[in-house]
Write a protein that binds this ligand. Structure first.
Ligand code: DGY
Length: 433
């Protein structure tokens, strides 16, 4: 199948990226996501780098143009594009912050995968001048995370909104979100159910709570200390910290390559190494749980992010083996069975809230498979890694470049022509050629 079909898949993936290209940035999806999203953009740049390196670097420059003066790199840049997307730029009221940039952005961040992607691009084609140009900006962002989001000086950083996790509607947030009152409803009109079916998007009460948090941030003028002190949602997230750790390791390599002193980054890495397993690993269940900072207790919900520490090299070989045996290959959790034919469901099938077509409640995401694939490879679980890649490419061949897929029948859900599904397919296929 590979030889005959895969070159055609690369062509159609390139077409998706070209079609979503506005000239300055690439939309994650043509209708559902018409602006520039932070981690989407990094992954898109990786895909673009295989056939148009200058355009890939422009994608990254455009993203960095939204950096706040204190270093925060926002989750969305609007770039003045008119659209029916909600929340629209004015909703955020970022001008209340003295740190807001000139371009319109949201007031929260997203998983910091950018340094890792730049390292991957540099390994294919050396870009030393570009690294010199962007290194200080990357360092500022990582420093902002370690300065403003490390509440207990453990080197582990917090997120303040489910959207900062990138896994927006994950069942990990349900219990934490329950603490948010929704009696005094904010009035707004959702845009996300215009282009995608309602049963594939977040429930109304969860969306209300997403907006409640944004309202709290704008009332606090985006003052991080004030938000951390007041917000009911302050979480140390396994995925976010694993990605940050891997990004710090990659930033260290990039810094050394251009002759920079990396002592500060070395310090962040050492702290994370010392505290990650202590905080997140639960030996009784043999997996990683996020930590609710407000309640000071673990969030005991099993989702695919339990495998992310492998992407960062933070799990021991013994922990990785346990995760694989007890969960990854187990038909009650993430393994295949008579109902689930593809891997990897984004939340464990054992959860009461498992919902195979709803945003992050169960569907397969190409990005999650790609991240976990890297981790499995690094730990020597080659057969499992290959299965994730093959399942991902089969889903794409069956249903196109969709945002997510039903793990039972491979039906595509969410946005059509989803850019990172195209970009990561290019990366997977090109690595093999
Ligand atoms: C949305 O609008 O649902 C986005 O996922 C936020 O990042």
């Amino acid at each position: 199948m590979r030889d005959s079909i895969l070159p055609a898949t690369i062509k159609s993936a390139q077409l998706v990226l070209r079609k979503n290209d506005t000239g300055v940035f690439t939309k994650p999806g043509p209708h559902q996501y018409p602006h520039q999203w932070n981690w989407d953009s990094a992954l898109i740049a990786l895909g673009l780098s295989y056939f148009d390196l200058p355009r890939a670097l422009l994608e990254i420059r455009s993203l960095l143009s939204g950096q706040w003066q204190d270093g925060m790199l926002p989750h969305v840049l609007y770039h003045g594009m008119p659209s029916d997307y909600f929340p629209h730029p004015d909703f955020w009221e970022i001008e209340k912050s003295p740190n807001a940039p000139r371009v319109q952005t949201t007031g929260i961040t997203q998983p910091p995968i950018l340094a890792s992607i730049i390292r991957l691009i540099n390994e294919k084609q050396a870009i030393p001048d570009f690294i010199r140009e962007v290194y200080p900006r990357l360092l500022d962002w990582h420093r902002w995370l370690h300065t403003y989001r490390d509440v207990d000086k453990t080197g582990l950083v917090c997120i303040i909104h489910p959207w900062e996790s990138g896994t927006d509607d994950s069942p990990r947030w349900l219990k934490v979100l329950e603490g948010i009152p929704i009696e005094n409803k904010l009035t707004f009109s959702r845009g996300d159910t215009r282009h995608v079916k309602e049963n594939e998007r977040p429930f109304p009460q969860d969306y209300q709570r997403f907006m409640y948090l944004i309202d709290l941030f704008r009332k606090s003028s985006y003052n991080q200390a004030e938000i951390l002190a007041q917000s009911p949602f302050v979480v140390q997230d396994v995925l976010f910290n694993a990605i940050l750790h891997r990004a710090n390791l990659d930033l260290q390599v990039l810094g050394a390559a251009i002759g920079e002193n990396t002592d500060e980054i070395d310090g962040w890495i050492a702290l994370m190494n010392a505290n990650f397993n202590r905080r997140f690993w639960h030996d009784d269940d043999g997996l990683y749980y996020d930590f609710d900072v407000v309640a000071q207790k673990p969030i005991r919900v099993n989702t695919a992010t339990i495998f992310l520490p492998l992407f960062a090299g933070l799990a021991s070989q013994k922990q990785a083996k346990r995760l694989l045996k007890a969960y990854f290959n187990h038909p009650d959790y993430y393994g295949n069975n008579e109902c689930v034919l593809y891997q990897l469901t984004s939340a464990s099938q054992s959860l009461f809230s498992w919902d195979p077509r709803r945003y992050w409640r169960g569907p397969i995401w190409i990005l999650m498979n790609w991240l976990i694939y890297q981790g499995l490879q690094a730990y020597g679980f080659i057969a499992e890694a290959e299965k994730l890649r093959d399942d991902s490419l089969s889903l794409i061949l069956k249903s196109g470049f969709r945002e997510y897929y039903d793990p039972r029948d491979g039906i595509g859900c969410g946005s059509v022509e989803f850019s990172w599904s195209a970009a990561l397919a290019i990366d997977w296929i090109m690595q093999d050629l």
